[in-house]
Design a protein around this ligand. Structure first.
Ligand SMILES: *Cc1c(COP(=O)(O)O)cnc(C)c1O
Length: 413
């Protein structure tokens, strides 16, 4: 079973062939997101199939909520995690019957109503006020609503790029308030607590640490369930499985993670408890690419700048995380213009977009053999938190193409 975080070379070859074919048909500079759909399905399938039977894998749609992605994943994953009513609606359009988990701080009355209307399976409650609101709505609908209590644990927790828990944040309820929260929710007759939700970090690269974290969750949830007499039908361990953008060959070790679930976690699970994961980045990053044509190359204060069509208004991830995003140069031989073709060889380049801000940097000081105007910069691992988190209309440049490569490619522009 191919369990590595894909980005494999056959897939990349197909993407490159598609770019060449497409670029030759258009006069505008090439700029597009490309999704390798068979790659996405195969990886998702392998992950779901390899999990022990007490686990469920949900897709956290905020990483990439494009309809094609949701439709492709719907028959594979156990369900979806939504963070807004808008996401719930998108999921329902792609997957009318899939289980949905609904979380996130500051849920409005309208969103909670909408969640019931769209048959959300579990709601992650983030505060006592939210529990009160939800109970009132459930009462109005005359039905019981199942909730998981989202808990922000006291640290220290393993390090990762983003920490939602183990430190002060707007997420979840403080671990030290758990007794008080459960006492309170027991007074709310329309709510049924079915377990706990933890999503403490994002982009964790260490499978062993992640197993330890899940073990910690299981131990605490078991203690609370016993001490306060609540059901433990679900323990949601969140997402946060990472992508190593700095070293593509050292990815999160899924095989070790699954072994950890079998060998370290299984023995601690109660028979009635399902262990849920709601992964975003780890599901869609690898099969997505952002391809941008080189418009100009210049030297400024001793540095080489490669300016591409597009930029961080379309692919904000590297600016948001202040990292240099991995890319390769796809050479394009044709040059049909009567003037010189800008080019550099054997230098370090900084790849930037077309925005009027020095923050519009996609990759920094990266050695390249050769790059010329008209070549394509192909950014890998761009399928999650790329287009989805970007401010598309800043500067009003045209949007990139969006291509979903199937045996016969589907294009949405
Ligand atoms: C964003 C988010 C996820 C997904 O996180 P990844 O790091 O992309 O796996 C899961 N659960 C919650 C509550 C989230 O906010």
């Amino acid at each position: 079973m191919a369990l590595e975080l894909a980005g494999n070379s056959r897939e990349t070859e197909q993407i490159v062939a598609f770019i060449h074919e497409h670029k030759s048909k258009q006069t505008d500079p090439f700029c597009a997101y490309l999704h390798h759909m068979p790659g996405l399905r195969t990886t998702a399938n392998n992950r779901v199939q390899s999990l022990p039977e007490f686990c469920r894998l949900f897709y956290a749609v905020k990483a990439n909520s494009e309809p094609h992605i949701l439709q492709a994943l719907a028959p594979i994953v156990h369900g979806f995690e939504a963070a807004s009513l808008g996401e719930i609606v998108k999921i329902r359009q792609a997957a009318p019957d899939s289980p949905i988990l609904f979380g996130g701080p500051g849920k409005t009355l309208e969103e909670l109503e909408g969640a019931l209307r769209h048959n959300v399976h579990l709601i992650h409650a983030e505060s006592i006020h939210e529990l009160n609101k939800l109970n009132a709505i459930a009462q109005r609908h005359g039905r019981m609503v199942s909730v998981l209590l989202r808990i922000n644990l006291r640290g220290p927790l393993p390090a990762a790029t983003l920490a939602m828990g183990g430190r002060p944040t707007q997420f979840g309820m403080d671990e030290t308030q758990i007794g008080q929260v459960i006492q309170h929710v027991k007074q709310l007759p329309f709510l049924r607590v079915e377990g706990f939700h933890f999503h403490s970090l994002s982009n964790n690269l260490d499978a062993g640490e992640h197993i330890k974290l899940v073990q910690h969750y299981i131990r605490l949830a078991g203690e609370w369930a016993g001490k306060y007499g609540v059901e433990l039908n679900y323990l949601n361990a969140g997402g946060g499985l990472g992508v190593n953008y700095a070293d593509l060959d050292a990815q999160f070790d899924w095989g070790a993670f699954v072994s950890g679930l079998e060998n370290e976690i299984r023995k601690d699970m109660r028979p009635e408890t399902a262990l849920l994961f709601e992964c975003g980045r780890y599901m869609t990053a690898a099969s997505g690419y952002y391809a941008a044509e080189v418009l100009d190359i210049k030297q400024n204060h001793g540095r080489h700048y490669v300016i591409v069509r597009g930029g961080t208004h379309q692919f904000r991830l590297p600016a948001s995380w202040q990292h240099s995003h991995p890319f390769e140069v796809i050479p394009v031989q044709e040059w049909e213009y009567p003037y010189d073709r800008p080019a550099v060889e054997a230098v370090h380049v900084t790849v930037v977009g077309q925005l009027c801000t020095p923050k519009d940097v996609l990759a920094q000081d990266v050695p390249v053999k050769q790059v010329r105007a008209g070549d394509i910069i192909l950014f890998r691992y761009a399928g999650a938190y790329g287009w989805a988190i970007s401010h598309h209309d800043f500067l009003s440049h045209p949007h990139p193409g969006h291509y979903y490569l199937e045996p016969s490619p589907v294009s949405v522009t």
